[in-house]
Design a protein. Structure first.
Length: 392
């Protein structure tokens, strides 16, 4: 019986493997690692999208892809993935992709609901109001003369209002609160505890459209007008704005941080371990995400390797640069038209250093790739490769 069960499990495993091979066949094997069609397609399609000027055919792209993968393999063999600088940057990018996926469905909506409920609590059963004011400042250490002058000024403004002059016009001309003066004195929609208490009490005591008498606060004289009053809109009306507000303030990242911290405490694992497990889980469910993460993983390794093996050594090799310039000097000689226009012939490589360094780096890179081609075996499965972007 046990033998039968073992054979059944073996057949199931073979069946699953065969199905996977049929749906995502291996298109090449580079340095002992299989490259499935889905990975090659992801890279090919991303690098040959509609916005790309120098598009490649699949056959033209194969060598570029192989050279890139060989450099990544060389970087791994050099253990560049163990560098703390590499791990920090890679994790930072990867976690940016993974953390939002960890937020439970509905969590953001619940945050929006909670935010609305808090707004209601803060109103304490009152309406929202839209007050406006005309303000005349009274300095804290005002002399009796200054206090009298401020009182005379606010009284004259109030008299003008009583005579029928427009509140907004007078606010624009005379209010010393210039931020609200440019809006005709309008303070904006507010609720309880958003103004000085004496101003708030005075504003809430007014009826819509009513203007109060001059009143003194701790900062000066005010004439307050209640422009409008309304109850807080229903949640469904405000929800889009609340969601936008919370999103702009990073609510998803905040929720993800809370979740990861909680998992770290309850499971007694480091945050890095929690994120590694989450990354593996989500990548296994989504090829697009898997290859996006892999793309950044490989790209960082590629850059680090090229800096160490090609770009920096070539740029620092002054003897090699001079020799390369001497050998290829004709390529840097100006055309007849350029010479007539006054452009001079370069006498040494430093006269055209940027171009020479770039060309010398390209030559060194080509030699480096040839070494990698000799070091690592490459096998291309042409039949499978021919199905790239040509399957259901």
């Amino acid at each position: 019986m046990k033998r039968f069960i073992y054979q059944a499990l073996l057949l199931t495993t073979i069946s699953i493997g065969s199905a996977k091979a049929q749906t995502d066949p291996v298109v090449m094997r580079i340095a002992g690692e299989d490259v499935p069609r889905s990975e090659f397609e992801y890279n090919y399609n991303k690098n040959n999208s509609d916005g790309v000027i120098d598009k490649k055919t699949v056959d033209e792209y194969v060598d570029l892809f192989i050279n890139y993968k060989l450099k990544v393999k060389a970087a791994l063999d050099a253990h560049l993935d163990t560098l703390s600088s590499y791990q920090k940057e890679f994790r930072s990018y990867r976690d940016q992709q993974i953390r939002p996926l960890m937020v439970p469905e509905g969590a953001e909506e619940q945050e929006a609901v909670t935010y609305y409920e808090n707004m209601l609590k803060q109103l304490e059963g009152k309406n929202l109001i839209l007050p406006a004011h005309i303000f005349v400042r009274v300095p804290q250490q005002a002399t009796a003369e200054q206090q009298t002058a401020a009182k005379a000024r606010i009284d004259s403004i109030y008299a003008a209002l009583q005579a029928g002059e427009d509140f907004a016009t007078l606010a624009g001309k005379h209010s010393e609160d210039r931020q609200t003066a440019i809006r005709g004195g309008a303070i904006g929609w507010i609720g309880p505890h958003q103004l000085l208490k004496e101003l708030e009490d005075a504003a809430y005591a007014l009826q819509k459209g009513e203007t109060g008498k001059p009143m003194l606060s701790t900062v000066g004289w005010h004439i307050i007008k209640l422009m409008d009053s309304k109850p807080l809109e229903p949640y469904d009306t405000l929800a889009p704005r609340i969601r936008e507000f919370l999103e702009a303030r990073g609510i998803k990242d905040k929720l993800a941080t809370q979740l990861v911290d909680s998992l770290s405490r309850t499971q007694q694992k480091s945050i890095e371990e929690i994120m590694d497990e989450a990354s593996d889980r989500y990548a296994a469910q989504d090829d697009e995400l898997k290859y996006l993460i892999k793309e950044y993983h490989d790209g960082l390794l590629f850059f680090e390797l090229m800096q160490r093996e090609v770009w920096q050594p070539a740029a620092a090799d002054t003897l090699g640069l001079a020799k390369y310039f001497k050998k290829n000097k004709k390529h840097y000689t100006p055309s007849k038209e350029e010479l007539k226009a006054g452009k001079k012939k370069p006498k040494q490589w430093t006269d055209v250093s940027d171009q020479v360094v770039s060309d010398y780096q390209a030559e060194r890179e080509q030699a480096f790739v040839e070494q990698l081609r000799k070091r690592y075996p490459v096998v291309i499965y042409k039949e499978a490769l021919s199905t790239v972007n040509k399957h259901d």
